[in-house]
Design a protein around this ligand. Structure first.
Ligand SMILES: [Zn+2]
Length: 200
């Protein structure tokens, strides 16, 4: 519901901006050919939509787009079918699960945590620690190739987002407050983005 509302507001904002920009440009360029006016208006609309999209993060889940092409590609409909509502919202729409709600937050069995989107192995249980933050936390990824780290300026903060390197699914963020941990890092990961394979 919230996402729908935000999306609606974003589009309403873009439409209004389009309208205003269009008429300002016509006023300024009344003696220029219509074709040039139209081209500039289109560029203006695109800029306005990008600006709104970036600002949308403040009122709900971010709608940042990752332009990287990942090995595993599916349509939005296929992801929805595969993941269910909550995992889809987090993995594909870069949402965040509520803290202290994940079954993996206090899960200490030996094994491997995998990406719920594609099954790629991401973290091992021996790097998991209790950060007390409400989300499953690890001090390092299984290896550097398993995750991709992307600078994230949404929600008025500068953070480093962590995504699965195979499917681009949003996993969480990495912070440098893994106090007392071998790397000093805390990979703060949404439990709904993960699956678990018990050590045989
Ligand atoms: Zn994945």
């Amino acid at each position: 519901m919230v996402n729908q509302k935000v999306t609606k507001e974003i589009h309403a904002g873009c439409e209004l901006t389009t309208f205003v920009k269009h008429f300002c440009l016509i006023d300024m360029m009344q003696f220029k050919p219509w074709a040039i006016t139209a081209i500039i208006a289109i560029v203006g609309v695109q800029w306005a939509c990008v600006s709104h999209e970036a600002g949308a993060g403040y009122s709900g889940d971010t709608t940042r787009k990752d332009t990287m092409t990942y090995k595993i590609q599916k349509t939005e409909e296929e992801w929805k079918q595969l993941l269910g509502d909550e995992s889809y919202r987090v993995l594909r729409l870069k949402g965040t699960e509520r803290p202290f709600t994940s079954e993996f937050e206090t899960h200490w069995e030996a094994g491997t945590y995998v990406c719920k989107g594609c099954g790629q192995e991401l973290f091992t249980s021996d790097t998991k620690f209790d950060a007390g933050c409400g989300w499953p936390s690890f001090y390092q990824a299984m290896d550097k190739t398993k995750v991709k780290e992307i600078l994230d300026n949404s929600h008025g903060m500068q953070r480093v987002e962590v995504v699965c390197s195979a499917c681009g699914g949003h996993l969480g963020h990495v912070f440098n407050d893994g106090y007392g941990q071998p790397t000093g890092l805390r990979y703060c990961i949404n439990g709904v983005s993960l699956g678990f394979r018990k050590k045989p």
